[in-house]
Structures are given as structure tokens and as C-alpha cells.
Design a protein around this ligand. Structure first.
Ligand code: NAD
Ligand code: MG
Length: 382
């Protein structure tokens, strides 16, 4: 791969993160203008020079032309399926439509499905690829910061059901992930910030040097500095790759992949309460949830108040929501608790939390009393 990349003559060398699983290995390639070099980057892994690109209508107009041009230059035949933007596309109806088009196009076992877009497109296209003809090859080209640092790596794909989010899905690992930081230039700042929360999360779980790096470089990432963005994506992907490599299918009862849910128990409850309609982005919920996980850890005597203050200060300085009062909403502690209890991570009727002993020292804990969670929420102004 290195010689291929040298041959690209890109201004700056792409960064590579290998993802090594039991029976699968792929690279996340991170750099600027990868879309236009897609044929060179993907040819070594594509079984056939035929692909179907799934994207949403926003990304279609902004970035699809570059990708199609890049594929055509390498003689790769590409067709396109466009879905509406937003979480509303992760439905059984849209899945049925997309897989119907794939079959109508006459895809073969070697035709690769490429997801070009954010986590919604990645999850939907990935699930379509995982299931169509029992599994088509799949490539992720994430175009949101959240998708570049989180959803495109690890192989989880899926759609939502009326019973909850991501309840129909499959593990389907990609052949390759291309994270083109140039695509982030068109992403609204609010979406950049939301994705940034997952980078901070990675540091807080198990990589204190990543959190320190964020303290020094987070502003540059949000301001669109391409090199800082690429480095942030590289560090977050390397962290996620290590966790996923160790627990590919989230089979470990404690720690392992479950740690990636730091901040998500509170976060999912806030999202569920606001109904996934754009009032609160996932990353914003995670930002709030990260601080609440630290507060909970401190209240349980597990972590130092200084760490809570440091995390809060960092998120606040970058304009991320950290207090419930930062949102234009009132919340009921009882309703939030009810959402947490319904969260699929609940096992044997007890809340499962990811807590911390400090920055970069997360662990799973099932002994958080409901009464403490209630108290913390009330203190937050619920
Ligand atoms: P998204 O895919 O909805 O993208 C957010 C918005 O940005 C959309 O309106 C999209 O059209 C637009 N957009 C995308 N790229 C753009 C660009 N370069 N410029 C301008 N606009 C652009 O949302 P997301 O935040 O990327 O992903 C959220 C989804 O990811 C959720 O459904 C979540 O469940 C899923 N997810 C999956 C995993 C996993 O492991 N599979 C992990 C985390 C999140
Ligand atoms: Mg998340």
C-alpha cells in the first residue's frame, strides 16, 4: 500500500491506520483529496472493477462528482443510489428500496457497495451490503467527522425500527475506509463539533495523550485545519481499531467494545427524549453525557474532582454543550431514567454505565444506584 500511496504524489502523505481482526484486516486511509484518487487507493482491494455508490442527496451534490471522476480515471464502472439525508433514511422501507435497486442493477458477488456520506449512509449501505446476496464487498468513504472517527470503523451496520435505534443490523467489515478530510470543508460547524465529541470520548476512555492532544489542538480541528483534522481522525481511529480488534463483536461482558459507550447512557436518554429530530445531535448528547459520566464517577468516589473540572473546561471552551441548562429544553429526571432503563445496554434489570477512575481510565460498572442518577439529574436542573 505504501508504494501505491507514494505514487499518488499527494501534497501531504496520507496517514494509515490498520484495523486487524481475527479473520479480516483493512486500512483506514486518512488524507486530503482521497476521493479523486479513489481508483488508485481502492483497486488493490476491489474484487471487480464494478461498484455501486450509495450516498445521500446533500453529499451527492457536494462530493459525488469528485468520487465518480476518481473512479472513472481508474476504469472503475460506478453506478449510484441516492437516499434522502438524515436519520429518517435508516428505515426498513429505505433498506427495501436500496436493496431492490441493487438487485435490479444485477449486482454480482464481486460488486462492491461504496458508502459515501455520514453515519446514516454508512449504516444503511453497510446493512444493504451485508445482506444482499448474503454479503457484498463494502467500502466506507465517510464524509462527516463523526463517521470518519467512529461509525466507519468497526463493522457495525444497521437500521432503526419502531422499537428503537439500530435494532436490525449486522457486523460487516469493509474492505477499506477512505477518510478524505477535504470533504469536511463543507460540513456545518455544528456537525464538526458533534463529531469532535467522539474524539474526546476516545481519549477519555483510554488514551490520555489523545485528550492532551485535544486540549492543545481541538480548536484547530473545529476551525477546519486539515492537518489537525487528519491527525485527530488518525488518533481516534487508532484507538477505536485497538478496541474493536480486541472485541470485534462486543462479546466481552465488561470493558472491550462496551467502553465505547462512555457518555452514551446519559446521551442516549437525552436523545430519546428529544426524538432524533435535529434538536440535539448525537455528538452533542455525547458531550453532555461525557461530563455526566465524570460527575457520576466523582460522586461514587472513583475519580478526582479536578478531572471533572478539566473535562468540563475543555468541552466548554470549544463551545460544546456540557450542562443541561445549555439546551433550550426542560427535562424530567424520571423520564430520562426510564429511557436509560429501556436502553439495550441494560442487563438483568440494572443500569450499565461506563465510569472512569480518571482521564483515560474507563471501565464498565453495573452498581450505579438509580437514586444517585436521579440526584445528579435533579442537581443539573431537571
Ligand atoms: P448523517 O449521516 O445524518 O450526516 C449528518 C448530516 O450531514 C446529513 O444531513 C448529511 O447529509 C450531511 N453531510 C454529510 N457529509 C457532509 C459533508 N461533507 N458536507 C456537508 N454535509 C454533509 O449523520 P452522522 O452524524 O454522520 O452519523 C450519525 C449516524 O451514525 C447515526 O444514525 C448513528 O446511529 C450512526 N452511528 C453508527 C455507528 C456504527 O458503529 N455503525 C457509530 C456511531 C454512529
Ligand atoms: Mg456515539
Amino acid at each position: 500500500a505504501a508504494t501505491v500511496i507514494n505514487a499518488l504524489a499527494l501534497g501531504r502523505q496520507p496517514r494509515l491506520v490498520p484495523v486487524t481482526l481475527d479473520r479480516w484486516q483493512y486500512d483506514v486511509t486518512i488524507g486530503e483529496d482521497l476521493l479523486r484518487h479513489a481508483a488508485v487507493l481502492l483497486s488493490p482491494v476491489l474484487p471487480q472493477k464494478r461498484v455501486v455508490v450509495v450516498t445521500d442527496s446533500t453529499v451527492e451534490s457536494l462530493h459525488l462528482p469528485h468520487l465518480l471522476q476518481g473512479l472513472a480515471e481508474g476504469g472503475i464502472e460506478a453506478r449510484t443510489i441516492v437516499v434522502p439525508p438524515g436519520e429518517g433514511s435508516k428505515t426498513l422501507a429505505e433498506y427495501e428500496r436500496v436493496t431492490g435497486i441493487l438487485l435490479e442493477m444485477g449486482v454480482e458477488r464481486g460488486t462492491t457497495v461504496i458508502a459515501l456520506g455520514g453515519g446514516v449512509v454508512g449504516d444503511l449501505a453497510g446493512f444493504a451490503a451485508a445482506t444482499t446476496m448474503r454479503g457484498l464487498p463494502f467500502v466506507q468513504i465517510p464524509t462527516t467527522l463523526l463517521a470518519q472517527v467512529d461509525s466507519s470503523v468497526g463493522g457495525k451496520t444497521g437500521i432503526n425500527t419502531p422499537f428503537g435505534k439500530n435494532l436490525l443490523g449486522a457486523f460487516h467489515q469493509p474492505l477499506a475506509v477512505l477518510a478524505d478530510t477535504a470533504t469536511l470543508a463543507t460540513l456545518p460547524r455544528r456537525e464538526i463539533r458533534a463529531g469532535y465529541a467522539e474524539i474526546v470520548k476516545a481519549g477519555l476512555i483510554g488514551d490520555p495523550t489523545l485528550f492532551e492532544w485535544c486540549e492543545a489542538n481541538g480548536q484547530a480541528v473545529l476551525d477546519g485545519d486539515a492537518d489537525s483534522q487528519a491527525e485527530a481522525v488518525r488518533r481516534a481511529c487508532a484507538f477505536k481499531a485497538a478496541v474493536v480488534g480486541d472485541d470485534e463483536r462486543e462479546e466481552r461482558k465488561s470493558d472491550g467494545r462496551a467502553l465505547l459507550n462512555l457518555g452514551h447512557t446519559f446521551g442516549h436518554a437525552l436523545e430519546a427524549e428529544l426524538g432524533y429530530d435535529g434538536r440535539l445531535l448525537h455528538g452533542e448528547a455525547v458531550s453532555l453525557g461525557l461530563r455526566l459520566a465524570f460527575v457520576t464517577s466523582e460522586r461514587m468516589g472513583l475519580c478526582d474532582g479536578a478531572d471533572v473540572a478539566r473535562v468540563t473546561a475543555h468541552l466548554e471552551r470549544l463551545g460544546m454543550p456540557v450542562h443541561l441548562r445549555d439546551l433550550d429544553q426542560t427535562f424530567s429526571a424520571e423520564r430520562l431514567l426510564a429511557h436509560m432503563q429501556r436502553d439495550k445496554k441494560m442487563r438483568d434489570g440494572r443500569l450499565s454505565f461506563v465510569l472512569v477512575r480518571g482521564i483515560g481510565q474507563a471501565f464498565t460498572c453495573r452498581d450505579v444506584p438509580d437514586s444517585l442518577v436521579r440526584e445528579i439529574l435533579l442537581a443539573e436542573g431537571c
